[in-house]
Design a protein. Sequence first.
Lengths: 618, 328
Amino acid sequence: MEKLLLTLIFVPLAAGFVLLFTPAKWKLLHKGCGLVISVFTFLAAVKLFTAGKIVFDQPILDIWQVKLNLLFETNHLNTFILLFAMGFGLLISIYSLKDASAPRQSNFFYGALLLAVGGSAGILLTGHLIFLLIFWEIVTVSLYLLVITGGTECRFAATKSFAMLGASDGALLLGIGMIWVLSSGTFQFTGLGLPTDSALSIVAFLLLMLAAVTKAGAMPLHTWLPTSGECTKASIMAILPAALDKLLGIYLLVIIVKEIFLLQSGPLSFILSVVGAATILFAVLVAMVQHNLKKLLSYQAIAQVGYMVLGIATLTPIGIAGAVFHMLNHATYKCCLFLCGGAVEHVSGTAELDQLGGLGKKMPWTFMAFLVATMSMSGIPLFGGFVSKWMVYQGLVQMESQADPAAGFWPLWLLVAMFGSALTLAASVKILHSIFLSRKPDHLRNVREVSAAMLIPMMILAFLCVFFGVFYRIPLKYFIYPALNIERETAIMGSWNSWLAVIYLLGGVLIALLIVLLSRSLLKQRSVPTWTCGEVQPNDKMIVPGTHFYKTISSLSPFKQLYHLQEKEHFDLYNHGGKIGLLFSGFLKWLHSGLLPVYLVWTAFGLIVILTVLCNIW
Amino acid sequence: MEVIRHLFWLLVFPGFLFTVILGLYACWIVRKVTALIHHRIGPPALQPLYDVLKLLGKETLIPEAANKAVFIWAPVVGFASVLLLAILLWAVDFIPARDNGMFLGDVIVAIYLMVIPSLALILGSSASGSPHAAIGTAREMKLVMSYELVLVMAFIVVLIKTATFHGISDSQNDAQLLSLSSIAQYTPALSISGLLAFLAALLCVQAKLGFTPFDIPEAETEIAGGVLIEYSGALLALWKLAQAVMLVAFPLFLVILFMGGIGTGFGSVLLGLGKYVLVLVLLILIKNTNPRMRIDQTVKFFWFYCGPVMAVAIVLAMLGNYYDKWWL
């Protein structure tokens, strides 16, 4: 079993690394290799999920106080996330089989995909912080490689994502160093339970938190997501930022809160709540006014991370369970949405909302999957997203009886979360109208449904959205509760009898259908042109694009200024960071004047400083 | 037995027959009171039923550009979801509290179920492919966004008040906080913050029902029926029936949340019906004394006027909770 665990991690890593250096023309090899290995990793993940606890501990290095062990161990939390992570990897490799718009450098695409899969498996299974960091870096690099396959216009996005994620990885490294000091020399995090009472431990917590939320895509370092979303292919967005990065980021956040630290300090959970709430509100407001499908989906993905962060910030069992369940639901529906978006882009050649429309008739399956996934994201009852949001809300309501500073603001968090869900619905309605409903522009007349290899992954994900919504007790019972050591049926305090609701709903549908059929009014149906008060207009003139839906709101006073600042990218820390970096390098440039006397003065100055310090020590 | 009981619940009481009849009757009350305000005689009591029957006999027109499946399924799902909501809310009043298996959901579920009819209307109108309907779609969605903020704030006031009444301090009682039947035991509307919340929620229900001044998505005089412009025949009849059920469910939601519910005894049922009629009459009065607002005015009204008032109400309620003063 330990061998299986090791192969699960290192086979995709090795294969991915080798694939990177194969010629780009060997597409069949890349596809075959990607498919076979992702099938294998998925099956291995299933095996690990059903097997009991496995520990693999191999000392590698033992110098002075630094002990480096290649430590892998399985528990309920990581095997369940692993199962889904590998599942997403498999679905993406099936989807990419027929995706004709796949990048030309398929060696990079499949190589990086396997690296991402192997790296995620490593992150999830390792119990050692240094190895976690190494695998974490591998996933960051693989994202860079994937984004760069988009061609020259993606270089900026790839660099930006790499810089921002790299910066957060730096924070992770620093945080791990602090943990090493705090825990007096151990890198193993299982059951560490450091108290958050000293300044050092609070800083360490914040650094690790920054790394986790950046990977997941929450504010403040969130802007890499929409930038790469705009130019990257949808299947790449579906696997990394939408699915794996969310799983990994929230996994790390759960580990931080539950394993590494004992979170007693109220201010820290307050900071987490603020990050969560601000992420929800800000990102969803920005999402509403986007004109590009993938950018809009990226901003919605950011907003949904807010729910997970907020759920974890409640520090109640149900809040954390809701957050983890929302992570699962989010990965499912967001992956589905990006895949559907990829299908739309594949057939129409564009992701700009105002050039699309009326595709629901020609692409019924894609439309159905997309509809289900958006309903799940907007938290409509009977879909998965509703249940997890509902659990997060319950966690927030439970804060009512707590007495720390974050809990005092529970009405605010609850308001932002519930209102954010309505705004998410608004953004989703905009997409649905612009792409699938409304009228078809003339240039899309010959559009056809995509092939089965692309449809099957979407259908599986859409099915999961419904399944997690109606039979939500099953994933809770088998995945979430064991993973978080929550006793069954104790956590949820609300009531939602989903199957009974389904029965009543179906009953209502039957009644409505009976009314319609018995009246025989539908038999007398007639197809008529759209009523335009007698004016005859060409088809393209009658399209009201969804991109103008929320102009009313974006031109209202405080929002107008907000959107203006957003468009000027004032909220993008990458730009500000870049400016500070430029200032710093300008200063260095100024120092390197090339004049020998200046250098000598600096050297002498440095010598004096060093001598003074040394003298003081002696 | 269980099956028969559920069937009875769905078909007769409090499901389809009861709610639809009550809803059509409520429609008649709306039209009759409106007529009285206008100094007209008004329609006979069966007029809403005649309207529906007449529509059922008409042919159904389907626009060529429409997405036929969504266009037809939207009213069906809209009707079914609002029926589900009505059953959920009646169950709170008529099921003894110990019979937990019958409860469909808590108050959050109810709030979310209330969105589905609007969503179905949005999808159906968007699927019709008409430019008028597209403008109606955008307006309906903006309307939902604008009142949802206030509705959630009113809901939070109710939560705080319920916590105050319960005297909840330990987490074991938390379960009571979200259950509709325990919320229905109290009347937050008798406190200052609760009254503010009730008035704000009343306006939200006004908007949810699409009554003037919030009939912006339909706006017959501007966009010729907007969201409903392409609907006709049996499908339009379904929308009318769904509106009739909404006219029962949404005021009932207010009665449960703010006015202590309906209860089971004969006297309390009469009193409960009185509360329901009170809410209905308030809705009708607002409907008949205000002109239609523009959508931007509505967004401003809900976000910038009702929002701050509700923020004050939440603070008052929290103060009341802190100092144990139920009337705050």
